[in-house]
Design a protein around this ligand. Structure first.
Ligand SMILES: Nc1ncnc2c1ncn2[C@@H]1O[C@H](COP(=O)(O)OP(=O)(O)O)[C@@H](O)[C@H]1O
Ligand SMILES: [Mg+2]
Length: 496
């Protein structure tokens, strides 16, 4: 359908103006036609009244002549005729050629006479076309012997003039309407053009890489939800908000990954450097190289082993975090938390003889759906922190309580607390207190990141409150509920 295709290619402005102008044209045409018909029938009716009057007057003059045609009051162009009776053709016929009193009547030619004779003589007015003389209203007298007709030329002139006026006024009106309509629609659509311009500029931006600059928005005046254009503008702004948020998240995660890789490399460099150093020392000592003193090979190998173990632990932690990041499914089963906590605390007690360890368990076993190996790791990490980041003699309490359907595990110690600058980032990767104590205890800063990742993967959350003399980590696990994937599962509470 090529026509429809062309219409579709019109601009919205053209379509609106064309529709409005077409509508106006249709309405004007209907009004014009009705007015014209009404005027014409009114004028003809008036003509008929005068004709009826003249016909009645002619009845009072029954002589077989044409004096009634030229009677005063009959207009120029009046035709009339008389016949012997209703059926007979007109024997006499004449016409007022000029409106001059007493002037002789003009005659009718054969065809005009035939047409006048053929007019129905039923006493009612009829429109009859007389060849060469135009349309006439013709009426016969009651006896059918007299026929009188008035010309319709003046009626037709009036109607023709009216039609011309209507056509020219309508045409001028349509031209004015299309100009004014075009201007008004242009003004009304200006906000839409601005919205489109904004969208076009945003579409031209390179968004797939690099820094996220703030995206341009549609101005508020163009985002008023009460107008259609405003709804488009507001929707566009909402979309741009989402796009910006997504880009921001993308950039953040890129930065995080880069940071993570940098931190991991940095972490691995230290043990690798010491392994290389001890290995070189051992080799030189064996070769008896000049300058190399006596080497304690046993000590060097011990250090190499210790550093390798540290690296293995680090790499395993990194691997676990990567797996949790990738959303690897955990092996969920009904897990008795009480049992896990008892085991973890007795291991911690064995490792930290100088600390005081307490257990606080409810009478009934607390069962959650979870991955026992990962939950075990959570407890080990928390208890190890309470052991390694606190001085000897610190009391550590592991407690389980039910909170509604949830199970909450708390690990509390009365150590010095978490350093103020570390506390807000304590669940982030490689975040650690930079004390000599944590350096020598092989601290990596991944323990709490793993706790956070595991708990979050279980649909739970981990919170920390810390002040000197009281540090509490509380792990909340949903009871029986299906684990959900949530990224931000921790909250920080600090007390002065
Ligand atoms: N119970 C605690 N008491 C004091 N500080 C703690 C405690 N638990 C954690 N921290 C601090 O939080 C940091 C991060 O802990 P974590 O992520 O387990 O890393 P790491 O134990 O390897 O240092 C630790 O370096 C330490 O400074
Ligand atoms: Mg730790």
């Amino acid at each position: 359908m090529p026509r429809l295709g062309r219409r579709r290619r019109w601009s919205l402005r053209t379509r609106l103006v064309v529709s409005a102008v077409t509508l106006i044209a249709v309405v004007a045409t209907v009004i014009g036609a009705v007015t014209t018909l009404a005027l014409r029938s009114y004028l003809v009716e008036q003509k008929d009244q005068k004709l009826a009057e003249a016909v009645r007057r002619s009845d009072r003059d029954p002589g077989y002549d044409l004096r009634f045609v030229g009677a005063p009051g009959n207009p120029a162009g009046t035709v009339g005729g008389r016949a012997a009776d209703r059926e007979a053709p007109l024997g006499l016929a004449g016409r007022i050629d000029r409106q001059t009193p007493g002037a002789p009547l003009g005659g009718l030619d054969e065809r005009q006479l035939a047409a006048l004779s053929a007019a129905p003589r039923d006493g009612r007015p009829h429109t009859v076309a007389l060849p060469g003389l135009g349309d006439h209203r013709i009426q016969a007298s009651a006896d059918g012997r007299t026929v009188l007709g008035f010309p319709l030329a003046d009626v037709q002139d009036t109607v023709t003039t009216l039609i011309w006026v209507e056509v020219s006024v309508t045409a001028a009106g349509l031209v004015a309407a299309s100009l004014a309509g075009g201007a008004l629609v242009g003004v009304a659509l200006r906000p839409l053009r601005r919205v489109a311009a904004t969208a076009t500029r945003v579409a031209g931006l390179r968004l797939h890489r690099g820094e996220v600059a703030p995206l341009e928005r549609v101005p508020d005046t163009e985002a008023d939800p009460r107008t259609e254009v405003g709804q488009v503008g507001a929707a566009l702004n909402r979309m741009l908000d989402h796009v910006h948020a997504a880009l921001h998240a993308r950039q953040e995660s890129e930065t995080r990954v880069r940071q993570f890789v940098a931190d991991a490399s940095h972490e691995l460099r230290t043990p690798l450097a010491s392994i290389r150093g001890y290995a070189e020392l051992t080799r030189r000592g064996r070769q008896g190289a000049p300058g190399a003193g006596p080497v304690d090979t046993g000590h060097a190998l011990g250090r190499i082993e210790a550093e390798a173990t540290r690296m293995t632990g680090l790499v395993e932690d990194l691997l676990l975090l990567a797996r949790l990041d990738a959303g690897r499914p955990l092996s969920y089963e009904d897990t008795d938390l009480s049992l896990l906590v008892v085991d973890a605390v007795s291991d911690a007690r064995a490792a930290g003889r100088e600390h005081v360890w307490h257990l606080d368990l409810p009478a009934d076993p607390v069962v959650v759906r979870g991955d026992p190996a990962r939950l075990q790791q959570v407890l080990v990490n928390l208890l190890a922190n309470a052991r390694t980041h606190t001085p000897p003699g610190t009391t550590v309490t592991a407690r389980i309580r039910k909170d509604g359907r949830d199970a909450v595990v708390e690990v509390r110690d009365d150590g010095p607390g978490i350093a103020r600058d570390v506390l807000p980032h304590v669940f982030e990767r490689f975040a650690r207190g930079d004390t000599s104590r944590s350096r020598q205890s092989g601290s990596t800063g991944l323990g709490l990141a793993i706790v956070h990742a595991v708990v979050t993967a279980h649909g739970g959350r981990v919170d920390v409150t810390s002040a000197p003399g009281r540090t509490v980590f509380s792990v909340r696990l949903p009871g029986g509920a299906a684990p959900v994937d949530s990224q931000a599962g921790h909250r920080l509470v600090t007390r002065p």
